[in-house]
Ligand binder design. Structure first.
Ligand code: NDP
Length: 282
């Protein structure tokens, strides 16, 4: 049976270390501050924003929340971002996605100053990730890399398969694995015979959003399986893409959902906020 990789425990360890850094920053007169914008009433987004606020409180990072109504115009939202870009108190700006359909996500992402873009979604920061020279870590993929490091899983020379190619998870995940010398294959909705790829994976990362997409017969014996997805079933229960109960019998390591990658995403966001605040130390 696989070792269950405890992202929750690791996130607590990382946040404890970050808390010390926040205390040191405060002693030198710098108060880290994260601005979080949420537009509309998406229940999942509200939970994510509350978890981010809670982590800020735990670490002593000031959080400014902008809970805007669904009918907020793009112009209004861009106006708030412009103010936050200019506000010297603010170290990080995060606009929770998805946005209502009348607002162009690309315009919003591009409007956040790359210097305060703690989600690392701005094309300038994406470019830095592409060339492996970055200040802000892509939160979810960097969280996955921390989990691998904690469990001493070296991806160099391994066959890594990433299922999903989104700008926020799949693509940056590919870049971080490449940086660590993995051989990476990226699969997506147009991939034919997904199982033929996943069966080759020494390390399989699934970031799709479809319960039971990855079944035990699709996984190589002793593979490391990382489940990034967060799906809510009709019963209210959370699950990932992986058939956890059966795959854990075959894999050597596996992340659970919840309690795997999710908490590490938030820990990395906190780390990026602290990194940004450190620039103020004279
Ligand atoms: P997107 O919907 O943006 O991307 C999903 C990807 O999955 C796409 O590349 C899509 O392919 C691919 N895909 C869809 N169906 C299949 C299929 N049948 N076989 C193979 N690939 C398929 O999602 P995100 O990347 O934003 O998020 C992915 C999951 O991760 C979601 O469940 C989300 O909730 C979760 N998530 C979790 C986080 C965490 O902290 N743990 C953080 C962010 C996201 P194509 O490009 O061809 O459409």
């Amino acid at each position: 049976m696989a070792v269950i990789m405890d992202g929750k425990a690791l996130s607590i360890k990382l946040k404890n270390a970050l808390k010390n850094e926040v205390d040191e920053l405060k002693n030198s007169g710098v108060n880290p501050c994260l601005a979080v914008i949420i537009v509309g009433n998406n229940p999942a987004s509200k939970i994510y924003v509350n978890n981010k606020k809670k982590s800020c409180e735990e670490l002593g990072i000031k959080s400014l929340e902008y809970a805007l109504p669904e009918e907020t115009t793009e112009e209004e939202l861009l106006g708030i971002i412009d103010e936050l870009n200019k506000n010297e108190e603010v170290d990080g700006i995060l606009c929770q996605l998805p946005l209502p359909s009348h607002i162009c996500e690309k315009n919003v992402i591009n409007a956040i100053s790359p210097e305060k873009d703690v989600d690392a979604f701005h094309p300038e920061n994406v470019g830095h990730i592409m060339i492996g020279d970055y200040t802000f870590l892509p939160c979810t993929p960097a969280g996955v890399m921390e989990i691998l490091k904690e469990y001493e899983i070296d991806v160099a020379g391994k066959n890594c398969v990433v299922v999903g190619r989104s700008n926020i998870v799949g693509k940056p995940m590919t870049m971080l694995l490449l940086k660590e010398n993995a051989t990476v294959t990226v699969c997506h909705s147009r991939t034919q015979d997904l199982a033929s790829f996943t069966k080759q994976a020494d390390v399989l990362v699934s970031a799709v959003g479809k319960p039971n997409l990855i079944t035990a017969d699709m996984v190589k014996e002793n593979a490391v399986v990382i489940d990034v997805a967060i799906n809510r079933l009709d019963s209210g229960k959370l699950c990932g893409d992986v058939d956890f109960e059966n795959v854990k019998e075959k894999a050597s390591f596996i992340t659970p959902v919840p309690g795997g990658v999710g908490p590490m995403t938030i820990a990395t966001l906190m780390k990026n906020t602290v990194t940004s605040a450190k620039k103020k130390v004279k």
